[in-house]
Design a protein around this ligand. Structure first.
Ligand code: KG4
Ligand code: ZN
Length: 345
């Protein structure tokens, strides 16, 4: 079984082909960093046009990398949302055209489900598992009970963690994309130089909040201006530590809640762009160890947006008979915990 997946919901155009033997036959990612860099963030209109320019070329490149043709494929999967609608439409229309022209089944994948299931391609993780999904658009903790079966335990009440990384990087003018640059600078800084608040710490439940942390970083920048390069690195390290502390606190609560609901949970998984962060991974590994859970995360290259995650989630859906019709409508919003219910527009 071979599934081709297309991703175009934010600022990466990507295409990949995976097999049911958990092989990646092709993976191409075109990051639009250069298009968005001078704006310090993703501009939706520019993103949509860039996806349009690249999407069909990446599909051709993935086929050539794999040595396969459309005739070898079992299904076409695409991120059908949530995301920037212009970009999602480009991917969805490309996938529909291929499905129609080559008479292939069409699978619309929720982008978040792509992040949520990728770990099952790289690691032997069985359902149910506890997942911290932390990306540019989302920060939530879920019990993954099966394909399309998600129970949300908590989520951010304001910004996502990725957004906080990006905004702080922008305030410090350390370049775009924010997350990876901030992590690099944090490595050169002293995490104890500044003390930032850890919002939500100790509160019941497992919701997140990052906007107060962002504000206190802004205040600190203003108070200490002009900043030396070392100040900037110290702020990065102190900010990253505050994020990690909040995640640790929220995960401890989530583990207790999840064990109550699903006593057979054995795995703790982190996914999404922020899961590429080594301090985040190290903290979750530690929490998993202390709670007798197995920690797993996709390889770093499959944490940020890519085509493999869509192809893999498409394959997981396809092998359960979960295909979609060509009248599927791209969805700018599409909460993961509504997947099991019939879609209503
Ligand atoms: O999953 P993703 O590629 O796109 C969304 O679905 O949103 O996540 C992108 C987010 C960005 O906010 C980016 O700054 C963050 O993930 N990110 C990181 C790192 N790499 C990417 N944040 C912290 N540390 C990193 N190494
Ligand atoms: Zn993503």
């Amino acid at each position: 079984m071979l599934v081709l997946g297309i991703e175009s919901s934010c600022d990466e155009t990507a295409c990949a082909i995976v097999s049911d033997k958990r092989e990646i036959l092709a993976s191409v990612v075109w990051s639009q960093y250069d298009e968005h860099r001078r704006f310090g963030g993703v501009v939706p209109e520019i993103a949509a046009r860039a996806h349009l320019e690249k999407c069909d070329l990446l599909v051709a490149e993935a086929l050539s990398q794999s040595g396969k043709t459309f005739a070898d494929l079992s299904a076409i999967a695409v991120a059908g949302g949530p995301g920037l609608i212009g970009g999602v439409l480009v991917g969805v229309m490309t996938a529909k055209a291929i499905a129609l022209a080559h008479n292939l089944p069409f699978v619309a994948v929720n982008h978040l489900e792509g992040h949520a299931l990728t770990v099952r391609l790289s690691h032997p993780v069985a359902f149910p598992y506890l997942l911290l999904l932390t990306s540019g658009g989302h920060c939530q903790i879920l019990i993954v009970k099966g394909v399309g079966q998600y129970e949300k335990l908590g989520a951010t009440i304001d910004d996502s963690a990725g957004e906080a990384f990006d905004k702080v990087a922008k305030m410090l003018d350390i370049g775009y994309p924010g997350g990876p640059n901030l992590e690099k600078r944090a490595g050169q800084g002293n995490p104890n130089q500044f003390t930032f608040p850890v919002p939500m710490k100790g509160r019941p439940g497992c919701d997140f909040s990052f906007s107060g942390l962002k504000t206190s970083v802004r205040t600190c920048i203003e108070k200490n201006a002009p900043l030396s390069e070392q100040d900037k690195s110290d702020i990065c390290a102190s900010f990253q530590t505050a994020v990690v502390k909040q995640m640790a606190d929220r995960l401890q609560h989530a583990i207790a809640i999840a064990r109550d609901k699903c006593p057979d949970i054995k795995d703790l998984v982190v996914a999404g762009g922020v899961a590429a962060n080594q301090s985040v991974r190290a903290m979750i590994q530690h929490i998993a160890d202390t709670h007798n859970l197995t920690f797993s995360a996709p390889p770093i290259g499959l944490c940020t947006d890519n085509g493999v995650m869509i192809a893999w989630a498409g394959l997981e859906r396809f092998r359960q008979g979960l295909t979609d019709t060509l009248d599927f409508r791209a969805r700018p919003r599409w909460p993961l915990d509504t997947l099991a219910k019939p879609l209503t527009d």
